[in-house]
Design a protein around this ligand. Structure first.
Ligand SMILES: Cc1cc2nc3c(=O)[nH]c(=O)nc-3n(C[C@H](O)[C@H](O)[C@H](O)COP(=O)(O)O)c2cc1C
Length: 245
């Protein structure tokens, strides 16, 4: 192992932060590290909105399901998929804009995720803690209005950044054998491996700092996938110009 891999293995989401601000120079460096990520076709289809106003933070925290860390974190960033900026180049070069295909949506969304994860790793390497906030998609239209997002731009997730005021345990992941397949997709032996993993997750939740519910991974994802999940997203994306041709 090396220090970078050690750092990756030490990741855990942080949901309680100290009051300590992040120095501007450090924040800039972390964000530039985000920009260094690979980007599909050099599109650079990601835009970050830094939200500092307490009123805006409070609204976003409430919309996200009363996630107080959105208000308390030193920094809160909204990562947006952005086809507007590359679309501007079409106008400049007299080309019709045809960036409303599902493929473009995938490209821009992937760009956002890669950039954000670079930001996360850079931040964690500097001793900061992070928490992604998918909860912002509870109220995407309200958020888009608050942030003045134009057509061609949609908020993918938020990110809390700050100095940790807690030290949670690392959450166990599925065994590599379950997620890595040789040559073809097959599920041989996975049921047993997942059952063993479920037991580990149950123990993790039962004993983790701050207590827990003691449910397992399968139970958790079964609940998630058996319920409607933000059904408003389809219309919201269409309204923002992501018509998914
Ligand atoms: C895109 C994305 C959205 C997430 N949204 C939230 C969120 O809204 N609130 C939250 O507390 N955690 C959120 N998380 C954190 C996950 O719950 C967390 O990463 C997962 O449980 C694994 O735990 P770990 O990050 O501590 O390893 C999100 C993570 C990702 C990648």
């Amino acid at each position: 192992m090396n220090p970078v891999i050690d750092l990756l293995f030490s990741h855990r989401s942080i949901r309680r932060f100290t009051e300590q601000p992040i120095a501007d120079a450090l924040l800039q460096e972390i964000l530039r590290a985000g920009q260094a990520a690979a980007t599909s076709s050099f599109l650079q289809g990601a835009t970050i909105i830094r939200v500092r106003k307490p009123e805006s933070r409070s609204k976003i925290a409430a919309w996200s399901g009363n996630q107080v860390h959105v208000e308390k974190a030193a920094e809160f960033l909204v990562f947006c998929a952005d086809l507007k900026r590359p679309g501007n180049a079409c106008r400049e070069y007299g080309k019709p804009f045809a960036g409303d295909y599902t493929e473009h949506f995938i490209i821009a969304t992937v760009d956002v995720a890669l950039m954000a994860q670079n930001v996360v790793v850079a931040a964690e390497s500097a001793g900061l803690g992070i928490c992604y906030i998918g909860g912002i998609r509870n109220k995407p239209a309200e958020l888009a209005e608050l942030l003045a997002l134009p057509a061609g731009v949609y908020p993918v997730f938020g990110l809390c950044l700050g100095y940790p005021d807690q030290n949670p345990e690392v959450k166990p992941r599925l065994p590599l054998e379950v997620i890595l397949k040789e040559e073809i997709y097959n599920e041989d032996g996975d049921a047993q491996r997942v059952a063993e993993y479920d037991q580990r997750v149950r123990e993790y939740y039962a004993t983790r700092t701050g207590g827990g519910h003691g449910i397992c991974w399968s139970e958790q994802v079964a609940s998630l996938l058996s319920e409607k999940s933000r059904p408003h997203m389809r219309q919201f994306l269409a309204d923002q110009g992501f018509t998914m041709k």
